[in-house]
Design a protein around this ligand. Structure first.
Ligand code: UGA
Length: 456
């Protein structure tokens, strides 16, 4: 099928590459500068496998980069994947969605299915439908198809989603979307990232009305954020009582009604999606007279994580001024170079502001971080960052931090102390190499004794 994808950010580019890989002819549109570099096969951000798949689909002429007008003229189905960043008041900025609506109204040559993939407030689809009607395009139907991609494993999420959610008012639109995603739904195709994907069965295809589909996305991200803030508070309680949050989370997660995912405590959730979507959800609820202040608490707990962690470092080092600190990880999560709302970067920024000397390493995000925080000393690997350090901080849970040579690290540092903000390292392994190890919500035997004394 001829498909237009408007917006070549994380969601748009992954969608375009994925749709091309399952056999569609895809025109992906963005601004002229982006289009020029994408045509050369240059991807403006890091996402595993994306550059390879884009390159392959370009070579096979199933994917091309173009203007919004051309994508609208050529695509029978049009995916809107433009940004909806937060305004000052937390509401989503829909100006780019409106610009796409204008292009559709002007350029569509015959009926189109306009599929909203950007994360938008409830009733945006209804508004879009109304807009097209008022501009003489009653023949264009609007559907919602929220995306649940995760940065760092976006293609895996495209080819093996947990579910495909579709909101539409007509059976025709539902059928068209089912046809578009046919190979993914059936699982009967050769996945281009097969090495990393575990093959699964058929994917649930869930069709509903427009408003419900629009709510699924914000509700899902807000619920995930709630789980994280809950487990972070649990970690505090575990520290106060001498319990181990890992064991608590593990046992809680065995209940299928709770599930094990998103129960990892740490320095908080970041990125472009969770913080923005929680704020947008609160606004949507307020607008419709529903009190979702529960989510205000979720945000508050999350905001406090960075301060709490920095305070812990301050206590351990007896102050921060002129302290030599190694920061491992800057991105908001592993397998990405995205620094937006990164708790890791926030920790580093606070340390630098208080006069600490921070040597930082991140496998992908160091360069971007330097642009934001020039006071940072960027290092080429974790060993270089650890040189002469009084403390090593783990701020992003990159896999490679679990495969380091601790004997070598012991020789690099000036004080063998690791403060793990992501709970990715092993206490036993570090203790064997003579490191003192502090993590989140897991206290050492000495601290348990102190906690018990303070209770009795
Ligand atoms: C999130 C959702 O997980 C996706 O389903 C959704 O499609 C996407 O937003 C979106 O709206 O586009 P993403 O922002 O890529 O995906 O990142 P997550 O994997 O959700 O992680 C968000 C933050 O939570 C990270 O900072 C991560 O370190 C943190 N996190 C995650 C925890 O602190 N604990 C956990 O147990 C899990």
């Amino acid at each position: 099928m001829e498909i237009g994808v408007i917006g070549a950010g994380h969601v748009g580019l992954t969608t375009a590459a994925g749709l091309a890989a399952i056999g569609h002819q895809v025109c992906c549109a963005d601004g002229p500068e982006n289009v020029a570099s994408l045509r050369r096969g240059e991807i403006p951000f890091f996402e595993p496998y994306l550059a390879e798949i884009v390159g392959k689909q370009l070579a096979a002429s199933r994917l091309r980069f173009t203007t919004a007008g051309e994508a609208v003229r050529l695509g029978r189905a049009l995916f809107i994947c433009v940004g909806t960043p937060p305004l000052e008041n937390g509401e989503a900025d829909l100006s780019e969605v409106e610009q796409v609506a204008q292009v559709v109204a002007q350029e569509a040559t015959s009926p189109r299915l306009v599929i909203q993939k950007s994360t938008v407030p409830v009733h945006t689809g209804r508004w879009l439908q109304q807009y097209l009607k008022q501009h003489g395009r009653a023949d264009c139907e609007v559907a919602s198809n929220p995306e649940f991609m995760r940065e760092g494993s976006a293609l895996e999420a495209f080819f093996h989603p947990d579910r495909i959610v579709v909101g539409a008012e007509s059976p025709r639109a539902v059928s068209l979307l089912k046809a578009i995603y046919g190979p993914v739904i059936s699982g009967q195709f050769t996945c281009p990232v097969h090495d990393t994907c575990s093959p699964r069965g058929a994917v649930p295809f869930v069709a509903m009305d427009l408003a419900s589909a629009e709510l699924v996305k914000l509700a899902s991200n807000s619920f995930l954020a709630t789980k994280i803030s809950f487990i972070n508070l649990m970690a505090d309680l575990c520290e106060a009582t001498g319990a181990d949050v890992q064991r608590v989370a593990e046992a809680m997660g065995l209940d299928p009604r709770i599930g094990p995912a998103f129960l990892r405590p740490g320095i908080g959730f970041g990125g472009f999606c969770l913080p923005k979507d929680v704020a947008a959800f609160v606004k949507v609820a307020e607008k419709f007279g529903c009190d979702f202040s529960l989510l205000r608490e979720v945000e508050k707990v999350n905001r406090e994580r960075v301060d709490r962690f920095v305070n812990r470092i301050r206590i351990e080092l007896g102050g921060l001024r002129a302290r030599r600190i190694a920061a491992w990880g800057l991105a908001f999560k592993p397998n990405t170079d995205d620094l937006r709302n990164s708790p890791a970067l926030a920790v580093v920024r606070n340390l630098v502001a208080e006069g600490a000397k921070v040597r930082a390493y991140d496998p992908q995000a160091t360069e971007r971080a330097l642009a934001e925080l020039p006071a940072l000393q960027a290092c080429a690997d974790p060993y270089e960052a650890a040189r002469n350090a009084e403390a090593i901080l783990v701020l992003t849970d990159w896999d490679e931090f679990q495969r380091l040579d601790w004997r070598r690290l012991k020789e690099c540092v000036s004080h063998p102390l690791v403060i793990d903000g992501r709970n990715v390292l092993s206490h036993d392994q570090l203790a064997r190499h003579g490191f003192r190890y502090i993590s989140i919500g897991r206290v050492s035997a000495g601290q348990v004794a102190a906690a018990l004394t303070s209770v009795t």
